[in-house]
Design a protein around this ligand. Sequence first.
Ligand code: KIV
Ligand code: NA
Length: 265
Amino acid sequence: IKRVTTTSIRAMKAAGEKIAMLTGYDNSIAKALDAGGIDIILVGDSAANVFAGYETTLPITLDEMIYHAAAVVRGTKHALVLVDLPFGSYQGSVNDAYLAAVRVMKESGAQALKLEGGLEIIANIKKIVDAGIPVCGHLGLTPQSINKFGTFGVRAKEEAEAEKLKADALALQEAGCFALVLEKIPASLAAEVTAFLDIPVIGIGAGNACDGQVLVVNDMLGLTEGFKPKFLRQYLNLYTQITDAVSQYVHDVKDKSFPNENEQY
Ligand code: KIV
Ligand code: NA
């Protein structure tokens, strides 16, 4: 199978085919997502939360993102691998952003990058795009700005923030972004942005009108115990399945039924 490209992702919007994206951080899960037919695997900086156990995405480093991204790339044949640039690696000078972007592309083998923000970082995004690196924008709830927002609540409910989001979305398209992620905004606003942009809009907690959907894989598999926001559809309950399996294993070791005669040399 040929690998999904940023061109084929853009063509999916034109054809009215919805885009399915999940996050992934390691080789085993990447292989399973790829086999399941996912279009895009996002190596999200949500690895800081679900992989590393931090409360925010701020601490994860460029080296750590590259490590996760390379593991995911090695596990995929079909999916496009999209990688988050982490907090601090792209909001400074244009040249710093460019060097961070080039490092991820060279060292991980991924196909595209995602950066949070609009007009504030537009020159940095243009520089990366001009270097031949596909960029996906990210607006709405941008978790790297959590200390500015103060909560993980729904963004752009007020007119002023909604207007800024629309201006940012247009600027990102004009800067050459191939797609845009909208996180946790009213469905009506996401529908409006999806309709006026030519590039695909991929939503999380942004309603059904978007051109595609993304979820954090640990959340949709039910591995993040107790995290049940309204937008999340949980397809498995892996946390319970794993704890049940572990307690069975502990039981089998303690009562000496594991290993049996067929499980030894
Ligand atoms: O890091 C992440 O998981 C993300 C998605 C929520 C879009 O950026
Ligand atoms: Na992210």
